[in-house]
Design a protein around this ligand. Structure first.
Ligand code: UD1
Ligand code: UDP
Length: 357
């Protein structure tokens, strides 16, 4: 059996590690296609190296661009690979332009498509990811869901066939020793805030970007250490809008994006995470670290409903107030893991393929 996996952006490399390992263990021939949506070392190669993800069989080198341009280039190149490789199944992950391009290219060739992380909805069509999710789900043949809510969302849209509740693949990756990482970045256990920002609605909207940046500066001025590995998109936006001036407080530490193992170590040891990332808002709770989410809605509603993560939007006062409150609490939180399976999603995904084909 031959499976073709399409990846292209940071979270997809991490998700593919888990599934890819299981597929290969089962003797399935996996052809890995990297669209090139992410290309800088610290948002792409670092994950292949650190997590031993096999070198892609095809690197399409699509790069950055407008949505239509980027997705269109991917479609053209993915179609060529699929026609050449004649795979039995194509796997796509998450909700990026690489996900949609992979699913769309394959669906008209009538090769089955499996979508890992199906059924998530923010119900906000201003997010490019929401368009990618909905379209991908509707043209996929096998839908692997991370949560019950995702299964229900699909049901509301009439999708009930070949839907599998398998859990969240990223829970499967082994934990790491944190002390070395804390030392490297000069951080103390449960005495700093970890920040990641990259959503278009925050980087490309100056009001939101300014609010977020000013909130971080104000929190740091309250004698709180902040560690902020900056996504390339966010770095570009902060620079273009001249927000990265000389007046950055010493304890607001800016870094290039970090590797996955380092990220997981910091997610465990931060007191609080401020983020707009889909992945990070679940990883924090896995380790008992609450997240403040700088968005107005989220696809991962379960952790909000129990009050562990907080949706605060992008108003400066709200970000500062909620951050200081949580940072100064004595409370120690228990890990939240009950919503997204048992850490064996990769295995279940790969079994799914075997059973159905
Ligand atoms: C993409 C996904 C988003 C996902 C995120 C993960 C889409 C529409 N968005 O967002 O869902 O959460 O990846 O990180 O698919 N850039 C670089 N170097 C790189 C890659 C990008 O400098 O290696 C810069 C470029 O200026 C580029 C910008 O970042 O234009 C945005 O990159 P893009 O891949 O279009 O979207 P992301 O914001 O990374
Ligand atoms: N991540 C990482 N290094 C960083 C920031 C994030 O390894 O500097 C990891 C993070 O742990 C998570 C994934 O990247 O597993 C999330 O990716 P991102 O936030 O870019 O995308 P999203 O999940 O929002 O689609």
């Amino acid at each position: 059996m031959k499976v073709l996996s399409v990846v292209g952006a940071r979270p997809q490399f991490i998700k593919a590690v888990v599934v890819s390992k299981k597929l290969r263990q089962k003797g399935i021939n996996e052809i890995l296609v990297h669209t090139g949506q992410h290309y800088d070392f610290n948002v792409s190669d670092v994950f292949f190296k650190e997590l031993n993800l096999p070198k892609p069989n095809y690197y399409l080198g699509v790069g950055s661009g407008l949505h239509g341009e980027q997705t269109g280039k991917m479609l053209i190149e993915i179609e060529k690979v699929i026609l050449k490789e004649k795979a039995d199944l194509v796997i796509v992950y998450g909700d990026t332009n690489s996900t949609l391009a992979g699913a769309l290219a394959v669906s008209k060739l009538r090769i089955p498509v499996a979508h890992v992380e199906a059924g998530l909805r923010s119900y906000n069509k201003n997010m490019p990811e929401e368009i990618n999710r909905v379209l991908t789900d509707h043209i996929s043949d096998i839908l692997f869901c991370s949560s019950k809510v995702a299964v229900e969302n699909l049901k509301k849209e009439g999708i009930t066939k070949n839907v599998y509740l398998v859990g969240y693949v990223m829970l499967d990756i082994a934990l790491v020793d944190i002390n070395e990482v804390l030392k490297k970045y000069n951080l103390e256990y449960k005495n700093f805030i970890l920040v990641t920002i990259h959503r278009a609605e925050n980087t490309d909207n100056l009001e939101n970007l300014k609010n977020i940046w000013e909130a971080l500066v104000e929190i740091a001025q309250n004698n709180i250490k902040i560690f902020f590995p900056i996504h390339p998109r966010t770095k570009k936006a902060l620079k273009e809008n001249k927000l990265l001036g000389n007046n950055i407080p010493n304890n607001l530490i800016l870094s290039e994006p970090i590797s996955y193992k380092e990220m997981v170590a910091l997610e465990q040891s931060a007191k609080l995470i401020i983020t707009d990332s889909g992945g990070v808002q679940k990883e924090g709770p896995f380790f008992g670290t609450p997240c403040i989410i700088l968005r107005n809605e989220t696809e991962w509603t379960e952790i909000i409903d129990i009050g562990f993560n907080k949706l605060v939007g992008t108003k400066k006062e709200n970000i500062v107030k909620t951050s200081l409150k949580i940072f100064n609490e004595e409370k120690i939180y228990a890990p939240v893991r009950e919503f997204y399976g048992d850490g064996r999603a990769g295995e279940k995904n790969s079994k799914g393929y075997c059973f159905k084909l």
